[in-house]
Design a binder for this molecule. Sequence first.
Ligand code: ATP
Length: 222
Amino acid sequence: MNTTQPLAIFGGTFDPIHIGHLRAAWEASEALGADVYLVPAKVPPHRPQPVASAEQRAAMLRVALAGQDRLQLDLRELHREGPSYTFDTLASLRAEIGADRPLVVLIGADAFAGLSSWHRWRELFALAHMCVLTRPAQIPAMPEELAAEVAPRLVERADRLRAQPSGSVLNMVVTSLGISSTRIRALLAVGAEPRWLVPDALLDDPALLQPYRGTDGNPSGT
Ligand code: ATP
């Protein structure tokens, strides 16, 4: 086995999973030569609770990922009690893969801008690289402490992430798909069909997107 093949994770609420997530993860996987685990959060610490349950979100992911094995589903956060901290997820993966294999967090630029509010955020760089996916969202400026942490870690090329197990930050441009779960929930809330925004398989089984129909489309607490 090529031990420098990176393992990448792509976390999120996936409420629901959509083509924007899938395409970004796919392109990053190809560019890094990495296996990618999609890791749904059970209790997202940084945002309102999802509309669909953990089980319902996992069921949608399972259907969305069928037929390929580049992107895999990893349910460790659903099996863990309490808030789904990325630090805990990376620590458990690092224990599994050993100290040397590159571990990469794939993260949208919007989510990355909030990194310095995450649990034990500075220690994330000791566990993994960050691959920041640019997407057509409004990108908030990075707070000063995050910008200072990131500057010396920036690398220009994907193959640099293979040279060491953790600690670098790579900006990666992925195909711009202006799709969000928020928009899909809003469409379903008014009875519209999000065709071509989500994998067809999610529409083939009416039960899968049912949690969003007849709601106001908002996660609880907003
Ligand atoms: P919501 O609209 O509910 O906030 P979302 O569509 O942003 O959801 P999340 O599950 O919150 O999806 O995002 C998980 C990860 O996917 C984050 O790192 C986010 O930046 C990234 N992401 C979301 N949408 C896209 C997209 N269209 N292209 C690339 N990355 C995306």
